[in-house]
Design a protein around this ligand. Structure first.
Ligand code: NAD
Ligand code: UDP
Length: 335
């Protein structure tokens, strides 16, 4: 295990607080989750190998004496006395998870196994950040949780898609064999502040390109669709799924059902930034899903959850975030 860091000052009023481990807490979603858990009065331990995560995402949390972080790769086992675990550790952007596919698979499988063993040891409730990618290039639209998917086991996306599918299986088997209290969110494309400018996913790419006046790179003809969820809506879904109001142990889709083509998205970002950028076409990546939209009936029914932030509102705050990022010195952006 690596370096632990603790800092002092803000103490929450709740003395019965839970100790929550957030694996992948220095990443985009993980850092927003740490914010929310700390605001709710929990003690939070962030575990991250800082492969795609950044210290910049955590710096504002160092004022909490209830926050600590450990530099650790979850493919190695760990032992910490925790009452809840969120497993968000895994690169999520295709260029990042494909850069070291073996490590991605190890993170999904060995990482999940290590955290499930930790949950078993401490009787901790455990959350898995699964993904809409487990549906592959879906032939059922929109995708309900009982759709088994259409996934290539032998392509560049397989390390992530099959890794996440294997993780779901491990979670299910720990629940059945050891009675572990599992929660699984199948997350659909989510965006917002704290994505890296070099993340490589479509919203961050298009906004950064538009702000810099560079060509907007649409892969293929741009007719493929995605459904984009704003980060605060998603985190609310995580908290409800991990709460006591539900005992659901099967996967739950979390995403915004609004569906847009990639070309629509490019045009909307150009209009909102007032950019002079031009749209250019680049080759469509292998096995790029043609369409994606969540059926969120289960989240509505079980959690009383549905997203409330429109794409226009979410893009506005994400654009403002990247505007601030792009004026910062490059040395700070590397952290
Ligand atoms: P991200 O890349 O910003 O965050 C991932 C974090 O995990 C980073 O901080 C990274 O350093 C850390 N990490 C990676 N491998 C690790 C390892 N072996 N050990 C310890 N830490 C490790 O991605 P994100 O968008 O915040 O995604 C978080 C989780 O949500 C991922 O598991 C991802 O698969 C899942 N997810 C995200 C989306 C989305 O649209 N954002 C969609 C579906 C699923
Ligand atoms: N995409 C694109 N240009 C980019 C990045 C992505 O056209 O610069 C496309 C990509 O081919 C896919 C969609 O946008 O069809 C969403 O890609 P992303 O990597 O954000 O997520 P995922 O493919 O995992 O849904």
């Amino acid at each position: 295990m690596g370096i632990a860091f603790k800092s002092a000052s803000i103490t929450p009023k709740n003395t019965q607080r839970r100790v929550v481990l957030v694996a992948g807490g220095a990443g985009f979603l993980g850092s927003h989750l740490c914010d929310r858990l700390l605001q709710d009065g929990n003690e939070v331990i962030c575990v991250d190998n800082f492969s795609t995560g950044r210290m910049d995402n955590l710096r504002h949390l160092l004022r909490y004496n209830t926050f600590s972080f450990i530099r650790h790769d979850i493919i190695a086992s760990l032992d910490l006395p925790v009452s809840e675990i969120y497993n968000l550790a895994c690169p999520a952007s295709p260029p990042h998870y494909q850069a070291d596919p073996i490590h991605t698979m190890k993170t999904c499988v060995f990482g999940s196994l290590n955290l499930l063993e930790l949950a078993t040891l401490h009787q901790a409730r455990i959350f898995q950040a699964s993904t809409s990618e487990i549906y592959g290039d879906p032939q059922v639209h929109p995708q309900p949780e009982n759709y088994w998917g259409n996934v290539n086991s032998f392509g560049p996306r397989s390390c992530y898609d099959e890794g996440k599918r294997s993780a779901e299986t491990l979670f299910r088997d720990f629940h059945v064999q050891h009675g572990v209290d599992i929660r699984i969110a199948r997350i659909f494309n989510t965006y917002g502040p704290r994505m890296r400018p070099d993340d490589g996913r479509v919203i961050s790419n298009f906004i950064v390109q538009a702000l810099k006046g560079e060509d907007i790179t649409v892969y293929g003809d741009g007719s493929q669709t995605r459904s984009f969820c704003y980060v605060t809506d998603l985190i609310e879904g995580f908290i409800r799924l991990m709460g006591n109001q539900t005992t659901i142990h099967t996967p739950v889709n979390l995403g915004n059902p609004g569906e847009f083509t990639v070309r629509d998205l490019a045009e909307q970002i150009i209009a909102m930034t007032g950019s002079s950028s031009k749209i250019v076409q680049k080759p469509l990546p292998i096995d790029d899903p043609r369409q994606r939209r969540p059926d969120i009936s289960s989240a509505k029914r079980e959690l009383g959850w549905e997203p409330s932030v429109s794409l226009a509102e979410g893009l506005k705050s994400t654009i403002a975030y990247f505007e601030r990022q792009l004026v910062r010195p490059s040395s700070e952006l590397l952290e």
